[in-house]
Write a protein that binds this ligand. Structure first.
Ligand code: URA
Length: 310
C-alpha cells in the first residue's frame, strides 16, 4: 500500500470519528482528502491558496523523494581499547590496594554525581540497541522502575539519520512500552511525515526510560542515572541530526537552563552531532501558535539531512 493510500485511510478514519481538523494545521480533513485525491462523503470546501512553507505544501510533497535507506551499518562490534598492562619493570613499588577509594586522597570536586557509566561501564559497553533495551528492562538505577508499568527504551532504525528525543514516557507509552504513541506521538508522526520521514526510519527515544509517576518532572539524580542509556544509543546510531523535543530534552542534552523559545531556531551541537531543539508536540497541541516555528525547525532538520547526505 502506498503512502497516499495509507494517508487517505488515516484521514477517512479521522473524519469518521467526527474530526474535522488536522491537529498541526488549520486544514480541514476534507481539504486534505481533496489534496490526496480521495472522494469524500461530504461536500469538499474549496482549497485555500497555498502559503509558502505551510503544512499543506509539506503534505503535498510528503510522498516525494523519500531518501533511500542507508545500507546497514556494521553493529558496534568494533575492537575496544584494551587495558595497557603495567610494564613489569615499572619503577613503582606495588602499593597495597585501598579498601575504599576515598581512603586514598582527601575529598575533592565531584562532577556528574559520581556517575562513571559514560566511561566504559556496562551501559557504555552495550554493543547493540537490543542490549540497551534489555538493560533498561531490568534497570533499577533509580526508583522510577518501581512505579512504571513498562520500560520504554526507544524504537526505530539502528541506522537512523535522525533521532527524535523527548522527555519521558507518558501514560500511553508506559502502558505500551513504546515511545510517543499517545496524542503527542501521533502529532510527531505527522510532523515526520511532512519532512518525508516515517517513524520506522528514524529512532525515537526519551531522556528518561521509565515514566515518572503522574508525569512529574524527573529529579536530577534520576536524570543522571538514566542518561547513559541515551548517550550509548546516540553513540551506536550515530545520527546525522538530533531533534530535541521540548524544554526538558533540549535543556538536558544541551546542559542549559535557556528556555526552548531561545534554543529553537539555531543549530546546536551534541558531541559533534547537529542538534535542533523545538517545541514538544504536546505543547503544540495546547499552543497552536507554535506550529509555524516548529515547522521552521523541522524544515531545518530536513535541510541538514539533505546536506549531509550529499
Ligand atoms: N512525551 C514524551 O516526551 N515522550 C513520550 O514518549 C511521550 C510523550
Amino acid at each position: 500500500m502506498n503512502v497516499e493510500e495509507l494517508f487517505r485511510r488515516y484521514l477517512e478514519q479521522r473524519r469518521e470519528m467526527g474530526e474535522s481538523e488536522l491537529v498541526l494545521d488549520t486544514l480541514t480533513v476534507d481539504e486534505v482528502l481533496r489534496i490526496v485525491g480521495a472522494h469524500g462523503k461530504r461536500a469538499v470546501a474549496p482549497a485555500r491558496p497555498a502559503v509558502g512553507g505551510d503544512w499543506r505544501r509539506a503534505l503535498i510533497e510528503a510522498d516525494a523523494a523519500v531518501p533511500a535507506p542507508r545500507p546497514a551499518a556494521p553493529q558496534a562490534d568494533a575492537p575496544r581499547r584494551s587495558a595497557v598492562p603495567l610494564a613489569s619493570s615499572s619503577p613503582l613499588a606495588p602499593l597495597a590496594p585501598a579498601a575504599r577509594l576515598s581512603d586514598l586522597a582527601p575529598p575533592g570536586l565531584v562532577v556528574g554525581a559520581g556517575e562513571a557509566e559514560l566511561f566504559g561501564g556496562p551501559i557504555g559497553r552495550a554493543a547493540t540497541l537490543g542490549e540497551i533495551a534489555e538493560m533498561v528492562r531490568t534497570c533499577t538505577r533509580c526508583p522510577l522502575y518501581a512505579t512504571a508499568i513498562n520500560p520504554v527504551p526507544g524504537e526505530g532504525s539502528a541506522t537512523a539519520q535522525l533521532m527524535c528525543i523527548g522527555e519521558a514516557p507518558g501514560a500511553t507509552e508506559d502502558e505500551t512500552g513504546r515511545p510517543f504513541v499517545g496524542q503527542a506521538g501521533k502529532l510527531l508522526t505527522d510532523i515526520l511525515r511532512a519532512i518525508n520521514l516515517s517513524r520506522e526510519e528514524v529512532f525515537i527515544a526519551n531522556v528518561m526510560k521509565h515514566r515518572p509517576p503522574g508525569n512529574r518532572n524527573p529529579t536530577p539524580d534520576e536524570i543522571t542515572a538514566c542518561s547513559p542509556y541515551l548517550v550509548r544509543q546516540v553513540e551506536l546510531i550515530r545520527p546525522k541530526v538530533i531533534l530535541a523535543l521540548g524544554t526538558f530534552a533540549a535543556q538536558t542534552l544541551l546542559d542549559t537552563k535557556l528556555a526552548i523559545g531561545k534554543l529553537r531556531g539555531a543549530m546546536h551541537w551534541y558531541h559533534g552531532t547537529p542538534l535542533i531543539a523545538t517545541y514538544h508536540p504536546a505543547a503544540l497541541l495546547r499552543n497552536p501558535g507554535w506550529k509555524k516555528p516548529t515547522w521552521e525547525d523541522v524544515k531545518l532538520v530536513r535541510r541538514i539531512l539533505d546536506s549531509v547526505a550529499a
